[in-house]
Design a protein around this ligand. Sequence first.
Ligand code: ATP
Ligand code: MG
Length: 210
Amino acid sequence: MNQQKILTPEPKVKVATHPLTRHAVGIVGGTFNPVHLGHLVMADQVMCQLKLERILFIPDAEPPHVDHKETIAAKDRVAMLELAIANHPGFELDLLEIARGGKSYTYDTIVELKKRHPMNDYYLILGADMINYLKKWHRINDLAKLVTFVGVKRPGYPAQSQYPVIWVDAPELAISSTRIRGLVKNHCSIRYLVPAAVEKYIAEKGLYHD
Ligand code: ATP
Ligand code: MG
């Protein structure tokens, strides 16, 4: 008997037995010097309103922009982020830019993330100040093809862009890391502007005093 005849032929197209699920993941990048409630409210509101699965906080090793600002050690910025996101099940820290060191372009970071996690769709969450700045970003047109830009209004900056942006209506908080650093330097309270654990960390380490 010809065995060939009883063999089941290989299907021409392989059909997946389980549907492949894509994951909607938000990204908040920044220097987080230090992290404050503006960052956290923005991330939480976008996650909820756009029904994202989770949010990655990606601290930079060095700020990549022309307005170079003094920053404290990455170790302290990361420790404060860890404290700030500890109780939120959807918030995660990704240290790929710190691990790479030096200046990272968002384009390179996204290419790397997409290589590692091809089933993720990334939503790049930016305050209005950063949205205004997009046109100066490295490989912005390529980046625009890889992510969805999500804008969050920030007092003092127009909510407009030449790029496609989903604007999320979150409470506008006039809190910035610059302001936090200034308050600490002047021995003023930062209570209610940063998570209590971050306030404690700053006090214990004596950050931002000189
Ligand atoms: P700095 O004053 O040192 O520039 P920052 O408060 O702007 O600090 P960054 O770490 O520079 O914080 O910002 C990271 C991201 O968070 C950016 O996209 C920025 O636009 C956004 N962001 C920060 N604070 C707010 C805020 N209060 N409302 C909306 N977006 C914010
Ligand atoms: Mg900033």
